[in-house]
Structure formats: C-alpha cells, structure tokens
Design a protein. Sequence first.
Length: 130
Amino acid sequence: MDHIPSLPASNKGNTELLIWIDLFTGFVIVKASASRTAQTVAESCEEAVFRRFGASEAIRHDREPGFMSDFFKAFNKLMGQRQRATLAYRPQANGAAERMVQTITRAIKMYTADNDQRDWTSTQNGPPTP
C-alpha cells in the first residue's frame, strides 16, 4: 500500500491516489481521493479492497502519518489484518509499491499534460465511468 500526493486536480477535485498491490499476483488497485487523512485511507481501503476481496492477512506500507494513525490501526485490527510498516527512509523495503508509484505518476502527468486533461480519475480500474 502506498500513496501518491500532489497530482493535478481532477474534475472531481481529487489530487491524491492510494495504491494497493497484491505481492503474490502483482494485481494493482488504485483509488483517487481528495485528502490523505486516516479516515479517508480506511474508507478507501474498505471500498476498493475489502469489498472486492475481503481482508488480507497483512498490509505493508510506509510510515506515512495516515497509515500509522491510531484510527487506521484500529481499522486494521477490526478487519483482522496485521500492519507491517517499512523502515523509515528505506523505500526499497516496499519496492513493488514504490515502483508502481513511479509508473502511475508518470502516466498521469503525461495524460494531464495533453490539452489540460482533468478526467484522469475516470480511467482508474477499468473503462471510463460517466
């Protein structure tokens, strides 16, 4: 699990992306959001991951405040997931997520650079939505 901040604002006002990667299959889930509070992270996790696949055994993330908050810890405990925070200043510990952050950031910036596109949130996880 990782987070991409400071993206160009979309039509819906989203400027952040949350990313989940299944380390076994490499399956990627992306969810746009307008903020990175612990409550937003937990709601996005429940909507994008838990409703589709159920709770995972463990969730690995960096030490971002939204991921380390008591609220998010309580959410993971409620879901029955263990939290695994990577070492500070050691992005290699979560290499798959960090690489996906680079790839998605580059793709979105290239997409939004063409004719000032603002509908980048409509292309996440499948075909555009109305």
